[in-house]
Write a protein that binds this ligand. Sequence first.
Ligand code: IPD
Ligand code: CA
Ligand code: CA
Length: 284
Amino acid sequence: MSTSGDESKAAPTSSACLEDLLAQAVGAVRRAAAFALDPGEELRVEAKAHRNDLVTQVDRGVEERIAGCLEATGIPIHGEEAHRVEDFETYRGRAWVLDPIDGTLNYVSTHRDWAISLALVDDGVPVLAALADPVAGRLYTAIRGRGARVEPLTGEAVGCDGVASKALEPVKDLPLSEGMVVAHYQLTQHAGIGRAIEGSRGMRCYGAAALEMAEVAAGGAVVYAQPLLQPWDVAAGALLCTETGVVLTRMDGSAFDVRRAGSLLVGSPAAHAEVLEYLSPDRC
Ligand code: IPD
Ligand code: CA
Ligand code: CA
């Protein structure tokens, strides 16, 4: 994945240290997921920027719990609800990036397809990810350069849905015609994406960016496109994608930097290239 920083100057990160940090991240996410699945009280829902931009006491409670668990790491947190790293767009060094509930609208209304997304970013590059799909009972994890895994959220060898702990395979380099596109509903009005969807096996929209990225990393869809996402939406999913050979760029093909809000296009190398072609301004 490209970043706008000068990676050659980044301090090397010890893998042993990352293993310890991953264990702490996984513990924090598991405890927070148990709370979010059963908060023990009625949901209190508030709107933020607009009527469909929701937050509940559970979003805030998850962020607070995970921040508490990670406090001892001494690493600052950039979280959606209550924690900010100043000037994060150009921040160098390590930071936890947290979306306490990705897909709050789903959490409140359909009660599935929501995630807890936690990543450690070092000089703008995701180096560790712990991403829970609590309703499916799945936990995706990754350490940069060491592949990505999926395992039961419970920590058992096999989950109640039969999912065993296993490494995610490198994605098959399927063309667009062989797979599904996951796209934000606004993009169905986008001429280029519309043509790409017509050339694919169909379109899905789950409403949780982190899980939509995980879907491509796990080989369930060949492309995911979104017009605007924030660092906490994408940091963990981006590592799952890079670790499985999924290509990440902005929708105009430019380099993707998780520290900056913007569009996202991820896909198998072949399907990503095809969609970029559909999006090319020169194409009639
Ligand atoms: C949202 C989800 C959704 C995406 C929005 C995000 P939130 O996150 O990821 O799929 O379309 O742009 O804001 O607000 O539920 O954390
Ligand atoms: Ca989100
Ligand atoms: Ca959120």
